[in-house]
Design a protein around this ligand. Structure first.
Ligand code: PEP
Ligand code: MG
Length: 586
């Protein structure tokens, strides 16, 4: 049994068989072959070993020539390991006697060898483990071909285990067949995490390295509430998590029963709970949870899932579907927020920018490609003829950007006027407040927009200079840091004074304790993944605004996020003790 602690990014407990997608995307299934296929499989194994050996030999020759024989010797050592008679015999006998598939035999055996090296004291010897993984990959490449295992074509429910999943890959995961996923890297605010919640797939990220210790088919428990992952659990642990899963389900069913009730605090203050969506299909989940509207439609996912640049019709069809399904409830469509981690590229493919989160992303990208921006804005405007649509610009850092974006919107209106198309001329125009510069000058921004929405994911990232998707600095990534709270406080007060609506659409809205804090800071509209709505409604209905206000006042006076988190934890334990049954048990 192997226990891991990662970062909980999407709630729920799942138990199922592992589907391993390693660094190169190989899936290594625990597969057995039938007795009459053993001869064939043994030959396939031998062919793969020979081909891998030939490849290593070729590399050795090339490196000998290019760099000298002392470098080529590395490959000679690999060749000796690969051709070690004991290893070859072990692999053959696993296939012949245990009926292992060659892939499974190679993967389990070489990982076992590598782990033995890793446990040796001293850097030099433990580094040899890398060589063994390298050999493993070479053989697997021969056995499986280079094809990346298609996550989109899962046929049975599995727990996906990967080094990393790009937002594009996560977008393609099929929730019917993905019980949960776990990644070695990643942080709480990354878009992979956001998509997991959107798809209602329990997920844990940033566990650190573990893939070399699992094989496909191993039983895995993923606790998306507490960030725990257990591989190959003992019967006792398995039973405990089965209970936990049941409790979680019961509690959420209880929350769901509040569907018909308004989101109103115990002292009668109405709160709007809207949904964040990434795909038009998610409106169904939003309606099911009785969302009061769509508070954030992240349109960039139209790009991540597409092969080609979407046309105006592609945009329009997606927006129309959402607006019509929401049936008169407001829909805030955010213009493209591409760039940084939302590129849909494999890790390492966007290397030209050394600092992508500070680079050409979001509104900057739209303002650089004005023609595409105008196409998107025409589609948003056309959708506004079908229902109450509001348009929102992401990552506005300067007034100049806001003004330029509004000019492109005016151009798009002119285009539609020329075409004689219908749209809402009075469409509300808003901006995200997610860069400190806009929070600092919020009063001036408020004079030029109809509403603002605070993006706490990026606001925390940019205020604290912490990459939201990086597990190495995940400890520092805290939206509850008093500096971030002071920014939120400032923006909410300014919006109230200006009489302009303000909402929060970052992940904070969906964290029960943080939601209490936001209510205390005066926020009356929270937008979150649909799955979070029932829980946040349940919490809202149990608190009094006055108590939340006192909580916020205390939090604002605190020095560290740790103190604020402890305060919120305590407040929540008092308000909604049913959420904490697990804590007392473990
Ligand atoms: C945010 O930054 O808080 C936000 C809601 O936008 P995104 O997560 O899409 O960057
Ligand atoms: Mg953002």
């Amino acid at each position: 049994m192997l226990s891991l602690q990662g970062i909980a990014v999407s709630p729920g407990v799942a138990i199922g068989e592992a589907f391993v997608v390693d660094h190169e995307g190989f899936r290594i299934p625990r597969r057995f072959v039938s007795q009459d296929a053993v001869e064939y499989e043994t030959r396939r194994l031998q062919r793969a070993l020979d081909a891998a050996a030939a490849e290593i030999e070729e590399n050795r020759k090339r490196i000998d020539q290019q760099l000298g024989t002392q470098y080529g010797a590395i490959f000679s050592a690999h060749l000796r390991m690969l051709q070690d008679p004991q290893l070859v015999e072990k692999l053959r006998s696993l296939v012949r006697q245990q009926c292992y598939s060659p892939e499974y035999a190679v993967s389990t055996t070489l990982r076992e060898y590598a782990q033995a090296f890793e446990q040796l004291p001293g850097h030099v010897l433990s580094e040899r483990a890398h060589d063994i993984y390298d050999i493993e990959r070479r053989i697997l490449r021969q056995l499986l071909g280079r094809r990346r295992e298609e996550l989109t074509h899962l046929h049975a429910p599995v727990v996906v285990l990967a080094h990393d999943l790009t937002p594009g890959e996560t977008a393609q995961l099929d929730p019917d067949h993905t019980l949960a996923f776990v990644t070695e890297v990643g942080g709480v605010g990354g878009h992979t995490a956001i998509l997991a919640k959107a798809k209602e797939i329990p997920a844990v990220v940033g566990t650190g390295r573990f893939l070399d210790q699992v094989a496909g088919g191993d039983i895995v428990i993923v606790d998306g509430d507490h960030g725990q992952v257990v591989i190959d659990p003992d019967p006792e642990t398995l039973a405990r998590y089965e209970r936990e899963r049941k409790q979680h389900q019961d509690l959420f069913q209880q929350f769901e029963q509040l569907r018909e009730f308004p989101a109103e605090t115990a002292d009668g203050v109405r709160v709007e709970l809207a949904a964040n969506i990434e795909f038009p299909q998610e409106v169904r989940a939003a309606r099911r949870r009785a969302a009061n509207g769509i508070g954030l439609y992240r349109t960039e996912f139209l790009y991540l899932a597409a092969e080609q640049e979407p046309t105006e019709e592609d945009h329009y069809r997606a927006y129309a579907e959402v607006v019509q399904a929401m049936d008169g409830l407001p829909v805030v469509i955010r213009t493209l927020d591409l760039g940084a981690d939302k590129l849909g590229l494999a890790p390492g493919e966007n290397e030209e920018e050394t600092n992508p989160f500070l680079g050409l992303r979001s509104i900057r990208l739209s303002l650089k490609h004005v023609d595409s921006f105008r196409v998107q804005l025409r589609a948003v405007l056309r959708a506004s003829a079908l229902g109450p649509v509001q348009v929102m610009f992401p990552m506005i850092a300067t007034l100049g950007e806001l003004r330029r974006a509004k000019m492109v919107l005016a151009d798009a209106m002119e285009d539609l006027d020329e075409q004689g198309r219908n749209y809402d001329r009075q469409i509300a125009v808003g901006m995200m407040v997610e860069v400190p510069s806009s929070a600092i000058l919020i009063e001036r921004f408020l004079q030029e927009v109809d509403f603002v929405s605070i993006g706490t994911n990026d606001l925390a990232q940019y205020t604290l200079a912490v990459d939201r998707a990086n597990r190495e600095v995940a400890e520092l990534y805290q939206a509850t840091d008093p500096a971030v709270l002071a920014m939120i406080d400032r923006v909410v007060r300014a919006a109230d004074a200006a009489g302009k609506p303000v909402s929060v659409c970052g992940q904070m809205s969906s964290e029960p304790g943080e939601a209490l804090l936001l209510l205390g800071l005066g926020v009356r509209k929270l937008s979150m993944p649909p799955v979070a709505i029932p829980e946040i409604k349940a919490v809202t209905r149990r608190v009094r605004v006055e108590d939340c206000r006192k909580l916020a006042e205390r939090a604002l006076q605190m020095d560290t996020a740790r103190e604020v988190n402890a305060l919120l934890h305590e407040a929540l334990r008092r308000t909604i003790p049913d959420l904490f049954s697990h804590d007392s048990e473990s």
